[in-house]
Design a protein. Structure first.
Length: 427
């Protein structure tokens, strides 16, 4: 086949390896911007802003998540690594989507199933390509696939177990509007059958809307007849599983993530000791409310993954005492009104950085929150030094930006790394 690999970053590299393994395929690398990864020598390329419009003669165009399907002009089939994986995977797939908590929930599921003796593969938006390992997967294995709206955009098959976590407005720098964003997310449920299962947040209108279109067995979380937290313990129905203290990651929102994960695991095993071990052994993911250090009675946390206001609100509410929050970054269409309301009700000072600083300031003023200042975010050392000056003993300094990282940083991981480096330099 004549195949175009449309978008050449980390996933594009994986796509190239997969489709070029067949010597009968003629593979061309295509990108509408300068490729993030080095193109292999001798491989044909089409590079430039109008590159996605020059693909009429290809049999198959394999897009990467960030390349919208509507950008691609071709007479052939538009496809993706997610579609290919879902079509070829021999094992059961647990798919996880939502605006926040996807990586943590997917990882908790993997940890618990591994503790129960299952062979588990954790792939997708979490940073590992499924196509790189698909030939190693056996029918008795379990795949946990973290799915963004970009991966779900044009999916043609839904996972056997789907988790829809809390969803809020984001990615409107890529999606045309909120309806398109939700429509993409909804594909996780669109092709489910009555033999499948969907687990969804009962506190979120968008998750409920998505669950409504599914033909699968529906499980709302948290609910008293399934996974839930009561007083100091996790339960499944009336069956006690373990103490909430076995969950080693901070935040009430992570207890909700754990309940969703337990509901998914319960479909495959009811081994409560394995569930307890899996919860206990998971120490959290980088840049997700990750403790950095304590200095002069102040604790510093890296929550750079919090690129939407809801995630920043959840982080804000995870700590008592005085707080300093570093907020701002680049535009992704978020509404900061709820964040402003949460800031008014909390003992918190804010440092605003990035191109979104002015927009956040406008919303803060509208809601009567004035404990903020705008700082040039190009030097994280200066930002952290100012946060230290504003902090109080017994409090926290929290990088939880509620915005994307681009402009000042390569990505959210680079932003979190620079924050951590700056904190560790303090003396």
């Amino acid at each position: 086949m004549k195949i175009a690999i449309a978008g050449y970053g980390i996933e594009g590299e994986s796509n190239y390896r997969y489709w070029s393994a067949d010597p009968n395929n003629q593979v061309t690398i295509v990108d509408h911007r300068e490729p993030d990864c080095k193109v292999p020598p001798g491989v044909p390329t089409i590079i430039g802003r109008d590159a996605p419009e020059k693909l009429q003669d290809f049999d198959l165009v394999v897009r990467t998540p960030r390349m919208a399907p509507w950008m691609i002009k071709t007479n052939g089939k538009v496809w993706s690594s997610t579609n290919e994986f879902f079509a070829k995977c021999p094992a059961k797939i647990i798919g996880v989507t939502g605006s926040k908590g996807k990586g943590t929930t997917a990882s908790l599921i993997a940890s618990m199933l591994q503790a129960a003796g299952k062979k588990v593969w954790l792939v997708g938006n979490i940073g590992k390509s499924g196509l790189d390992i698909i030939k190693q997967i056996s029918p008795d294995d379990v795949v946990i696939y973290e799915l963004s709206s970009f991966q779900l955009w044009d999916i043609e098959k839904s996972p056997q177990i789907a988790l829809v976590l809390y969803i809020e407005q984001e990615h409107l720098d890529v999606h045309s509007d909120m309806d398109e964003y939700i429509s993409a997310k909804a594909n996780i449920a669109k092709y489910q059958t009555p033999e499948d299962t969907i687990i969804y947040s009962g506190d979120n209108q968008y998750a409920i809307k998505i669950a409504d279109i599914s033909s699968a067995h529906k499980i709302e979380y948290p609910k008293n007849d399934t996974a839930h937290a009561y007083e100091s313990d996790f339960y499944y129905g009336e069956q006690k599983i373990c103490s909430i203290s076995q969950l080693k990651i901070a935040g009430t929102f992570n207890q909700f993530n754990a309940c969703a994960a337990i509901d998914a695991v319960w479909q495959l095993t009811q081994d409560t000791s394995a569930i307890e071990r899996g919860l206990s052994e998971f120490k959290g993911l980088p840049h997700r409310l990750q403790f950095v250090r304590e200095l002069d009675g102040v604790s510093y946390y890296d929550d750079s993954i919090a690129t939407i206001p809801g995630a920043a609100i959840a982080a804000l509410r995870s700590f008592d005492g005085p707080k300093v929050m570093i907020l701002g970054g680049s535009y992704k269409g978020s509404d900061f009104s709820d964040l402003a309301g949460a800031m008014v009700d909390a003992d918190v000072d804010a440092i605003l950085i990035g191109s979104e600083a002015k927009r956040i300031e406008e919303v803060f003023r509208l809601h009567g929150y004035g404990r903020y200042e705008i700082v040039d975010g190009s030097d994280m050392d200066e930002v952290v030094a100012r946060a230290r000056q504003l902090s109080k003993p017994g409090g926290v300094v929290l990088l939880s930006p509620a915005a994307a990282s681009f402009g000042l940083f390569k990505n959210y991981a680079d932003r979190g790394d620079k924050f951590t480096q700056a904190v560790n330099k303090l003396n």
